[in-house]
Design a protein around this ligand. Structure first.
Ligand code: AMP
Ligand code: MG
Length: 309
């Protein structure tokens, strides 16, 4: 989770606030040791080393919970979101460095090792087996949200419920600042240099944005996102930005990535099946920003809330 972290919190006693933040940060570090894909000693990486060996591995509560949720999302999206996307994401990471399109046979090879249906869960033992060799789980689409929720929970337990946690642009909103009804969050415009025109005025929820603003590669004049369509193995080429408001940051993070792949029609209809959840889908088409919203976006973004508060 190599993403900048920002915590804003309010408490009359600075010592209490500092202690709460220190513990929240420690919790995020702990989760990094579980989910970090760049660290060969992380729990996820060690699990992936057993792929295809017939071994089942007992995993931590955090890994179990986030894997179970990710598999559910993978099933519901028929694999548009796929937590086993790791081998393809690795190919694109290399492409970002070399600025060259990987050869087709490499995509074919990577795709052999991708498929959420090749993950077997043993609930009684909290154990996981990865059935195909070369499989690699990738929690890049959900781990930030999960870490935010875990950190907000620590802040609450430490007596500092009025907090906002921003991890690389994904947000967890706790109780609002004193004398306020909500936090105010601006949704960045998809067109570079344009001021934001959408705002979220809420408390106690998660707000996550997915897009290719920072992580993309241009090959042969085409721009490919770090979010890939598992069905083709190719990075998304539409310049979109999806913002999801959900009861927690984990779900918001997962859905923002999934809707990026599903596109506005399928994606927003699916978002509407989750309670208290809404999405905004912005897409840059030439010079024009196309806007799609799910039915409850206006209501759940607090568009009607008093802008002064
Ligand atoms: P986010 O910034 O939350 O949208 O997550 C993007 C990250 O999710 C990428 O950098 C990959 O690690 C991972 N990812 C890319 N494509 C997919 C996909 N189709 N399903 C699940 N995870 C993905
Ligand atoms: Mg995400």
């Amino acid at each position: 989770m190599a993403a900048p972290l920002r915590i804003i919190c309010y408490h009359p006693d600075g010592v209490v606030a500092d202690r709460a933040m220190a513990r929240a940060i420690a919790r995020i570090h702990q989760l990094n040791a579980v989910f970090n894909d760049y660290d060969p000693t992380s729990e996820v990486r060690r699990l992936c080393e057993t792929a295809g060996t017939g071994k089942k591995v007992q995993v931590s509560d955090d890994l179990w919970r986030l894997l179970a949720l990710s598999l559910k999302i993978s099933e519901q999206t028929s694999g548009a979101f796929d937590v086993t996307i790791g081998p393809i994401v690795r190919l694109w990471r290399r492409a970002r460095m070399s600025r060259e399109m990987p050869p087709a046979w490499r995509f074919d090879q990577a795709r052999q090792a991708v498929g959420y249906q090749w993950v077997r869960l043993y609930p009684e033992e909290r154990a996981v087996e990865l059935l195909r060799s070369g499989m690699r789980l990738d929690f890049g689409a959900v781990a930030k949200g999960y870490a935010i929720d875990a950190a907000l929970q620590v802040m609450r337990e430490e007596g500092v419920p009025s907090a906002l946690i921003d991890l690389g642009g994904d947000l967890g909103l706790g109780d609002p600042p004193p004398d306020r009804h909500h936090w105010t969050v601006a949704v960045a415009a998809v067109k570079p240099g344009e001021p934001p025109s959408y705002f979220v005025r809420r408390a106690r929820c998660g707000v996550a944005t997915s897009g290719d603003r920072y992580r993309f590669v241009v090959i042969g004049g085409k721009r490919y996102s770090h979010i890939v369509d598992p069905r083709t193995g190719v990075g998304l080429t539409d310049q979109s930005e999806v913002t999801v408001i959900a009861p927690n940051a984990t779900l918001a993070d997962a859905l923002a990535t999934a809707v990026s792949v599903l596109g506005p029609e399928k994606g927003l209809a699916w978002v509407e099946t989750f309670p208290d959840t809404a999405a905004l889908y912005l897409r840059l088409v030439g010079d024009h920003t196309e806007v799609h919203t799910s039915k409850r976006w206006k209501e759940l973004s607090g568009e009607t809330a008093d802008a002064q508060l």
